[in-house]
Design a protein around this ligand. Structure first.
Ligand SMILES: N[C@@H](CCC(=O)N[C@@H](CS)C(=O)NCC(=O)O)C(=O)O
Length: 240
């Protein structure tokens, strides 16, 4: 079934999310950029361990958010992993127009290769450092009343600095992470970059002009403004 022709942007998707958290926010950005309508949004409160309740574990044995159920398929498609869901939504519901699509041109092998490279850098280099650093310095003390491991953070900061230097270099000759148009690969970076910029490491981008210019391009988009203005307070609040 070509879902794009069913109805412009309506969907039969149920989204399970805790919209205060980075992985769900990665997906919320994608949904906003596509302009996709999701009427059934179930908030799963991680701070109350709702994601470990049997009814949720039955739907997603990994016990994490986000995940979706798309009733457009028979049987319905159950899908976890924010990046996989973002790619799926962009494929299934995103624009057919290559310039507006959040995916690379399917007929351009170089564009596909650059996209895969950017997506891989995000997951294996950026997220590998940023995720742990933001957890240690933001979520662990504020949400879980844990103690930040200063030694671990020092190492993570050094690793992260190396990664952002490479990103800055990459963005010297292109506007976005995978080339000259926005793709989901850019959106993959956004939630953790947001927390680094807003609280954990506000100077990270200061001496990296190309990365800063990219970040300005991202943060002036309606998707960023709507998702992160809404959840600004949630990131720093204490949940339990
Ligand atoms: N790789 C997964 C990670 C999912 C994940 O860890 N989500 C977090 C919220 S950002 C969560 O549900 N944490 C609760 C837990 O793991 O207990 C994705 O990208 O969706």
């Amino acid at each position: 079934m070509d879902l794009k022709t069913v109805s412009t942007k309506m969907s039969q998707i149920t989204l399970f999310t805790d919209s205060r958290l980075p992985c769900p926010q990665r997906l919320l950005l994608t949904i906003h950029e596509i302009g996709l309508q999701i009427n059934d949004i179930r908030e799963v409160d991680i701070s109350k361990f709702e994601h470990k309740q049997p009814d949720i574990l039955e739907l997603n044995p990994f016990g994490a958010v986000p995940f979706i159920r798309d009733e457009a398929h028979n049987p319905p498609l159950m899908l976890a992993e924010s990046r996989a869901i973002a790619r799926y939504l962009a494929h299934a519901y995103g624009s057919n127009d290559v310039s507006a699509s959040l995916l690379p041109d399917p007929n351009d092998v170089v564009a596909i290769a650059k996209f895969e490279e950017a997506a891989s850098i995000e997951l294996t280099s950026f997220d590998a450092a940023a995720n742990q650093l933001v957890f240690e310095e933001l979520f662990k003390p504020n949400w879980f009343h844990g103690e930040t491991d200063a030694e671990k953070c020092k190492i993570l900061r050094e690793r992260l600095e190396q990664v952002v230097d490479l990103l800055d270099k990459r963005l010297e000759s292109q506007k976005f992470m995978a080339g000259d148009k926005l793709t989901v690969a850019d959106l993959f970076f956004v939630p953790y970059m947001h927390h680094l910029d807003q609280s954990v490491y506000p100077t990270l981008m200061h001496s990296r002009p190309h990365l800063s210019a990219w970040w300005k391009r991202i943060t002036t988009r309606e998707s960023y403004k709507s998702i992160f203005a809404l959840h600004q307070l949630a990131a720093t609040m204490s949940c339990r």
